[in-house]
Design a protein around this ligand. Sequence first.
Ligand code: NAG
Length: 342
Amino acid sequence: MQVDLIFNFTQVVYSLVLGILAFQATSRTLQDVSMQERHEQWMARYDIVYKDSQEKEKRFNIFKDNVKYIDDFNNAATKPYKLAVNKFADLTNEEFTASRNRFKGHMCSSITRTPTFKYENVTAAPSSIDWRQKGAVTPIKNQGQCGCCWAFSAVAAMEGITKLSTGNLISLSEQELVDCDTSGVDQGCEGGLMDDAFKFIIQNHGLATETKYPYEGVDGSCNSNGKANHAASIKGYEDVPANSEQALQKAVANQPVSVAIDASGSDFQFYSSGVFTGSCGTELDHGVTAVGYGADGSTAYWLVKNSWGTEWGEEGYIRMQRNVDAKEGLCGIAMQASYPTA
Ligand SMILES: *[C@@H]1O[C@H](CO)[C@@H](O)[C@H](O)[C@H]1NC(C)=O
């Protein structure tokens, strides 16, 4: 009797274990199958074609890890922003930042900041501003795999001041900077600084339109006809006093401003909507443009124009938390801001 019971008990445990194992195996397979389906759908959506099955397998595994990270993040819902399985979902964070974020922030110690700040005495900064609504921001652009964020950042700020000083919104050429600007540390797709871009534009007496000198997304030789074709010019540039979000607000209240940020985290790679609160560091590696600020409920934010296409973020924009505890601002946004003057 007792033996029987033990036997039965063992049998029950045994079949239970088998059952769980089988269930786990099935659900794992199902998960893999559905993940593979997600990958296929994602590939179709973004027109991704891999060179062979080995590459596909490698990318699938990265995709799987990223999707898991994104799903877990969104399910946890502990932050005021959401992530999405966007077009960067088959890239590791390392690969992603290596190809796109080439703001040469690590060289900042050797950079002399300009002494004057024309907005220092501004007292009446509005509580919110959106330069898009004032027609001073061109549509979102896409730098592709060229690390010339610095050019997009500088051009967006120049497009802004050009609109404000002339009344005309003109899309200007990043490629001209990529090909022709060798001032300071600027090296086309290999990186550069917004301030050096402004220096080049001043020395060159202007910049061509996007149409006259279109974007290629690769380093090229300088087209002298395009370079001589000026659609807009700037007189100078100024740096916003470092590490003061108040100073940055005074500047952005008056024009779109180039800012450098640390955009290296996975949350930045997959940011989709809401007010981004980090985490992120202050190792400046990306150039973008602050085109406004405001508040979402009690959370103040900077409205930031990125150059990763409209598929990323809020139609290509990110709202980044403003007035944080750190003097550098979130992701170092207040560390190296600057703007061209007309
Ligand atoms: C700001 O005000 C101070 C004191 O009046 C003045 O010395 C300074 O030149 C002003 N700055 C600007 C940029 O106008």
